[in-house]
Structures are given as C-alpha cells and as structure tokens.
Design a protein around this ligand. Structure first.
Ligand SMILES: [Zn+2]
Length: 134
C-alpha cells in the first residue's frame, strides 16, 4: 500500500502545479485530473500482483476530480476491466464528486460515473487505451 500512497502524493504535487492562478478549475482541468488518476490505475492494474489483494479485490485510486483525494477503492480486476471498456467511465469512492456526468453503477465500495458533454470528449481524448491518432 505504501507504493500506492506515494504514487498518489506525486500525482497530487503534479496536479497542484497545474491549477490556474485565479483558483478556477474548468471542466477540462477537472476531467484531465480524473484522467491522470485513471492512467495511474492502469499502472496499478499491471503491477497488481505486488499489491495487497483482499478478497480478490485490488486497491485502486479514486478517480474523482479532487487532486488531494487519497481514497482507495477496492474492485476485482474483472470489475475494473468492465469500467475501462468505456473510455468515458471512471471509478469513484462514494460521496466524491466529478466533473459532468452521471452514475451508471453503484457498488458496495465504489461508484461508476459516465462522463457526458465536454467531459466525455476529454475522457475519450485522454483514454490510455485509445490510440492517439484515431
Ligand atoms: Zn476521490
């Protein structure tokens, strides 16, 4: 779990430097934050053998819009893959907020949020599983 926390802290530092000067965070910025956490989760999925798996569930980072969020959500790799099949879907801890979208699934440990509008466009554009030139 330590590796996961240090990853989250590094992401937080990265995201903090990207805030606009007037403190306003656009939907684009929020969605890009969420996309960065999604990228991190893709890395976690690849190294999950080294992480503490409880009841067959791997720890993933909450993919909400808050760059300071350190919440861990647990999901089976099968459920995680189901979320990743859709470029506009994100995995969030209960009670956390997101930029533009609706809840499409509620699980015991997490919510699945599907992006709409501008946020969906950015989510597709930044999807690590979609080739950049398509
Ligand atoms: Zn969160």
């Amino acid at each position: 779990m330590d590796a996961l926390i240090s990853l989250r802290i590094r992401l937080h530092e990265l995201l903090s430097t990207q805030m606009s000067e007037n403190g306003h965070i656009s939907i684009e910025r929020k969605t890009r934050n969420e996309a960065i956490f999604r990228d991190a989760n893709e890395e976690i999925a690849k190294v999950r053998e080294q992480l503490t798996v409880v009841d067959g569930r791997t720890p993933f980072l909450c993919e909400c819009e808050d760059p300071t969020c350190r919440e861990i959500v647990r999901a089976t790799i099968e459920d995680y893959e189901k979320v990743r099949e859709y470029p506009s879907r994100f995995l969030l801890a209960h009670g956390h907020t997101w930029a533009q979208g609706r809840v499409v699934e509620k699980k015991q440990d997490y919510l699945v949020v599907e992006k709409t509008g501008e946020a969906a466009r950015i989510a597709h554009e930044t999807d690590p599983r979609t080739p950049a030139d398509v």
